[in-house]
Design a protein around this ligand. Structure first.
Ligand SMILES: [Zn+2]
Ligand SMILES: [Zn+2]
Length: 398
């Protein structure tokens, strides 16, 4: 009986996603052409919440103290588990939606809106929520929402991310973000250079040391940075330079080891040049994703149900990172990738930004919305599956 009810609900919700697809694509394109940076996603949050409300979800704006966060709830017929579908909608500086968060936004929102539109109230105990999570690129919005208790009552969470292939499970790396500054002494670069202490030389030395350190790192670790201040004018010996780095690795422990080695490189560069260094690490550490194969399997079966192909991982790319990793360490979570570009198109590139508004992106967004909605329905309609996901989570903690 319950199986029939679930199957009928899935069919109705799948059809609803198809009906909403054109409107969802229009919002996706609007977000794409109006890129908003972390914590400033006012327009995107407005468009998404208006859409969810229009289709019958109960919307709360500014949850967790973040003005551009939101929560949209579809209640069930009785009290029960809470399943969250996460939506991201922030862009990158200068290159816009080169991570395709416009697709994440409309897939997650589309899933929630379709459930609300098709079912009104869930014919099961529990509730499904769309949680709008700002500032994935650089702000760790999900960590802030978790600290504010937005995920407190959530039993399982999920989202999709666009990629150059569809993979239900793919690891991500942890990150420690650091800022490194050098302080020297200004002087005339031509008439009194020997009285100056050159903070740019220290910065260049740091980059050289890190390049050498990289030879002795594990192959999946990543250390990369930019100089945010290199000096003020060529005729002044730079007295202050600044940089930002991401230190990434598959485990938090190795991230911490990278930080120690980074600090030694910075100290060495300071000593060699007579400067003083200050290394400041962000207290928020991005966790690597913790897999949940129970949920991933349900998601994969739902992709099968809608005839959307999964691709073998070509092994051509390294791994990125996400604040969804921190969610996945707190509760059963999945973060599948859905194809929105041809093979081999790198994320954070101008090419990927173009693909994020392509017909292929629409196909991926629709498939993502359906598979998210159907997997959320599985978890409220089949308590034994949710329990399996929780048992797996408990067994593999850490
Ligand atoms: Zn990104
Ligand atoms: Zn992203």
């Amino acid at each position: 009986m319950a199986a029939d009810a679930l199957d009928q609900a899935k069919t109705k919700v799948t059809e609803a996603v198809d009906r909403l697809a054109a409107d969802l694509e229009a919002i996706s394109h609007q977000i794409h052409s109006t890129p908003e940076l972390c914590f400033h996603e006012e327009k995107a949050a407005d468009w998404l919440t208006t859409f969810l409300e229009k289709h019958g979800a109960r919307v709360e704006r500014g949850v967790g103290g973040l003005p551009t966060a939101f929560r949209a709830t579809v209640e069930g017929k009785a009290a029960g588990p809470t399943i969250a579908i996460m939506a991201e909608y922030d862009a990158l500086p200068n290159i816009g939606h080169a991570c395709g968060h416009n697709v994440i936004a409309t897939a997650g929102t589309g899933a929630g809106a379709a459930i609300a539109a098709a079912l009104g109230t869930l014919p099961f105990a529990g509730r499904i929520q769309v949680i709008g999570t700002p500032a994935e690129e650089g702000g760790a919005g999900k960590v802030r929402l978790m600290e504010a208790g937005v995920f407190k009552d959530v039993d399982a969470a999920m989202m999709i991310h666009g990629r150059c292939g569809t993979q239900v499970w793919r690891p991500t790396l942890g990150i420690i973000k650091v800022k490194c500054e050098f302080f020297g002494r200004a002087s005339h670069a031509s008439s009194w250079p020997w009285t100056g202490v050159n903070a740019l030389n220290a910065m260049i030395q740091l980059f050289v040391s890190l390049d050498q350190m990289r030879q002795q790192l594990r192959p999946d670790a990543r250390v990369h940075g930019i100089i945010t201040k290199g000096g003020d004018q060529a005729n002044i010996i730079p007295e202050h330079t600044a940089s930002e780095f991401y230190l990434r690795a598959p485990t938090k422990d190795y991230c911490k080891e990278l930080l120690q080695r980074f600090e030694a490189c910075a100290q060495g560069a300071a000593t060699a040049t007579g400067c003083r260094t200050v290394v400041t690490s962000d207290p928020i550490i991005h966790d690597p994703l913790k897999a949940n194969f129970t949920m991933a399997e349900l998601f994969g079966k739902n992709l099968e149900r809608i005839d959307f192909p999964v691709d073998p991982d070509d092994g051509e790319a390294g791994y990125g990172s996400t604040d969804c990793g921190n969610v996945s360490q707190a509760l059963p979570t999945i973060h599948p990738y859905i194809r929105i570009s041809p093979d081999g198109i790198p994320g954070h590139s101008r090419e990927f930004a173009e693909w994020a508004k392509s017909p292929l992106a629409r196909v991926g967004m629709v498939a993502g919305a359906k598979a998210l909605a159907l997997t959320a329905l599985d978890l409220v309609a089949r308590p034994e599956e949710l329990q399996r996901a929780k048992d797996e989570f408990a067994k593999t903690r850490g």
